[in-house]
Design a protein. Structure first.
Length: 132
């Protein structure tokens, strides 16, 4: 960033998985002062993760789990978005954060590719890079 100012953001599962498999999660600290991760997104992101992967994520202080305050808002948004995506949008609105980090070419493809990659990391990492 030209100004050197770090910004706040809310992250979706697909974005976090993409950064994880590209081994770029740590770069979030260079750009963001805080990256909120809704609880549902956190569950999706950490599902099936190894202890090593969880330890890496725990060392990134800008990643902060957050609870959506308004279940009604999340439910209303959920009519046109999946669960985690609805929470991302709701949390961004509640917190007044204008930046949402997501890879939405097809988030389900990204999540499924990343889960499958745990068994065969090199091949899937390359496939996920092409999907994004």
């Amino acid at each position: 960033m030209a100004s050197g100012r770090k910004v706040e953001a809310v992250a979706d599962t697909s974005f976090l998985i993409a950064l994880q498999w590209l081994e770029l999660l740590q770069t979030l600290e260079a750009v963001h002062s805080r990256v909120l991760v809704p609880n549902r997104v956190w569950q999706e992101f950490t599902e099936g993760a190894s202890e090593t992967e969880l330890a890496v994520v725990a060392q990134i202080p800008v990643l902060q789990r957050a609870q959506v305050s308004s279940a009604l808002l999340a439910a209303a948004i959920g009519a046109s978005a999946e669960g985690g995506e609805a929470e991302v949008i709701a949390l961004a609105l509640e917190a007044g954060i204008a930046l949402v980090l997501a890879c939405e070419r097809d988030s389900r493809v990204s999540r499924n590719a990343a889960r499958a990659a745990r068994a065969s990391r090199p091949q899937q990492k390359n496939a996920l890079t092409r999907v994004l």
